[in-house]
Design a binder for this molecule. Structure first.
Ligand SMILES: CC(C)(COP(=O)(O)OP(=O)(O)OC[C@H]1O[C@@H](n2cnc3c(N)ncnc32)[C@H](O)[C@@H]1OP(=O)(O)O)[C@@H](O)C(=O)NCCC(=O)NCCS
Length: 259
């Protein structure tokens, strides 16, 4: 049955690919991929990457089919010059948009109508050189904030900034063509987020709203939505095993922009 999606609503579909080990289920995912995707899947050297790619394709195709009459295998995609996939305009019955993010144990697809939106998930247990990356890529204020922290607190804050920054550049569809140092996030009163842009950057804080979630105890997931922050913007979250099961969960943002 088709799932309704309102203009002031986004849906996020989540899957942990590591939980999908049943060969009967996995065999059902292969025919969903087109020729280019099948070839790409084979090009990954590590089994974990092949598996993640396969489950990502199944997640994307089955999730999109919840909103329109296209069967999962029939979706066609176009790509902008920075590689962002979109549904081929010839297939659009409604102005459906999507954005994908993946880690080894969590894949997310954000689905919404019309507006630019982006999602990023990161695994907090991943080993990273926090200050090296922050000093090289983040805005000076973010780097200074991280410098004042240590241990797990520092790492959590780092991944908060990272997911928010990635969600924003993905919403813009330009990826790392946008300099990460020219916009910055701040927190106030614990759970309120603010974004600031450098003066000549050409964007405004009032054009965007952000939310950050902890969908598992080891992942941050941030989402960026174009449009004036409004209190009635609703995000619904579903855990799924593509073609097998789905369950809506009540996930409150850990942090968000003030509306
Ligand atoms: C491609 C990029 C947009 C996101 O990459 P990423 O964080 O490695 O990967 P994610 O899993 O979050 O997202 C990948 C998905 O984004 C989508 N995507 C690709 N190009 C995109 C773009 N220009 N805009 C938005 N989404 C894009 C794709 O659907 C892709 O998944 P798919 O190839 O399976 O379809 C880009 O920002 C990038 O290469 N980032 C590298 C990460 C990094 O070094 N960050 C620095 C610290 S902040």
């Amino acid at each position: 049955m088709t799932l309704a999606l309102a203009p002031n609503e986004a849906h996020i579909w989540l899957v942990n690919p590591q939980t999908i080990t049943d060969d009967n289920i996995l065999q059902g995912y292969f025919p969903l991929m087109n020729e280019a995707e099948s070839a790409q899947q084979q090009r990954f050297l590590r089994p974990i990457d092949r598996h993640r790619y396969l489950v990502t394709r199944a997640l994307a195709r089955t999730s999109l089919s919840r909103y329109m009459s296209q069967p999962p295998a029939s979706w066609k995609f176009t790509f902008n010059k920075w590689g962002r996939p979109e549904i081929d305009p010839s297939q659009l019955e409604i102005p459906l948009r999507f954005n994908i993010s993946h880690t080894n144990e969590l894949i997310a697809i954000l689905v919404n109508l019309r507006d630019d939106a982006g999602v990023d998930v990161e695994d907090l247990s991943r080993r990273v050189g926090v200050m090296t990356i922050a000093d090289f890529s983040f805005a000076p204020g973010e780097s200074k904030d991280l410098q004042s922290l240590e241990g797990d607190t520092q790492k959590q804050r780092f991944f908060l900034y990272w997911t928010l920054k990635e969600a924003y550049i993905k919403a813009r569809g330009m990826g790392l063509a946008i300099p990460l140092s020219q916009f910055s996030f701040h927190r106030s009163h614990g759970d309120t987020l603010y974004i600031d842009f450098d003066e000549d950057f050409g964007d405004q804080a009032t054009r965007w709203q952000f939310q950050c979630f902890a969908p598992t105890d080891k992942h941050w997931m941030s989402v960026a939505f174009q449009g004036e922050p409004t209190p009635d913007y609703k995000v619904r979250v579903f855990w799924t095993v593509p073609m097998q099961s789905e369950e809506e969960v009540d996930l409150t943002p850990a942090m968000q922009t003030k509306t």
